[in-house]
Design a protein around this ligand. Sequence first.
Ligand code: SF4
Length: 457
Amino acid sequence: MKDKCGIVGIHSNLDKNVSSFVYYGLYALQHRGQESAGIATFDGSKMHYHRGMGLLTDAFKDFDFNFLHGNKAIGHVRYSTTGDSKLENSQPFLTSLNDQHIAIAHNGDIINSSFLRDELIEEGYEFTSNTDSEVLFYLIKKEYEKTNNFILTIERLVEKIIGSYSIVILIDDKLYAVRDPAGMKPLSIAKDGEDYMIASETVAFDVVGAKYIRDVEAGEIIHFKDNEIKSHKVKIANSIKKAHCVFEYVYFARPDSVMNGQDVYKSRLNIGEYLYKGYKIDADIVVPVPDSSIPVAIGYSRASKIPYAEGLIKNRYVGRTFIMPTQGERLLAIKLKINPIKSEIEGKKIILIDDSIVRGTTSQSIVKILREAGAKEIHMLIGCPPIIAPCYYGISMASKKELIAANNTINQIKEKLGVETLGYLSIDSLVDSVGIHFNDLCLACINEDYPTNIPQK
Ligand code: SF4
């Protein structure tokens, strides 16, 4: 599973360049997207920008940050779920309107973007990318052109678009941030002296020393003005409820982030404790599939008093691997990324903790690796319920026919993986672990209760 994008914005009234701070904020969000990166700044009269492909260090290799001049800036790291991986699709997107400069960076997925795109093309808009973010970009431009009022623009946008969107927008020296009415994608605000910062995750604040204030609320528009934050809540239809993505806590977010007021690391420890309450297994060691399952395994180990062991080591320098057609080649790709410590594994009864199972192919390979290393028993516990439905909100997952739990019983999955035990966390335990009310979470990929309509095109 891959998330789509991380965003950062900084607003300062001091005479300084903030682009390097945006860069370091994006660095902390690199896990949210590695395909491209970009920063746009406004220096009082001109917009400057730079975008490049790959990791932040590649996109900004040998780059002179003096070029990105200005005390207001936004930035973006991208992972594509719509649109190809190419420079035209990288963000921020830029345009100008009646002598004003506009830059936009977006995290999320617009489900009805193909309908809206067709409408915009009929009206004469020319697209340079094939992303839904550019659809959003033109819709904002179009409404802003009519109203010259950003709040009204967003009010109209909310009526039109279906999907998830956390957005940062620079209109000359005005910095805005918007979170969709369901609050699916995260967005938080921090302060550093008189400067304000906004980012997908609070880890971006930590790296530059800004202090987290609060999250942007679902359906809230934030306008950073002088030394203040102006807040405006958009009118939301009764049918729209809050739906924070639960997988941010299970998998996507960094464990050192705080999201919607909840400590992600603590949520994962709780998941481990709940797994122990559900599955009390006689074993020698608790082993996580690194990295996101590490706190879950620690939680299980603390609750059970069974020693935690690093039985699998992740090679963090492996980039994208090709899609391997055969099981043997897939095993090779996994071995590149994960290697066992034989002395920890051999002859042991292992509780193997993973955050989720999507297709099941990675889990099969990991079980094989552990067996080859001499594991005596493998009891696999999963830190979320079975994933039975696809995500339409910006998580690159799989189609329903590829999801192993959508097409097999838990017993059948256990047989396919070749493990002694297979246990999933229940939905109730997951919700309790995260600490957010059931009604305020999106759980659609595990209960098929989608928080929005899903257009059929
Ligand atoms: S469907 Fe699943 S992955 Fe997608 S937003 Fe909802 S909870 Fe998150």
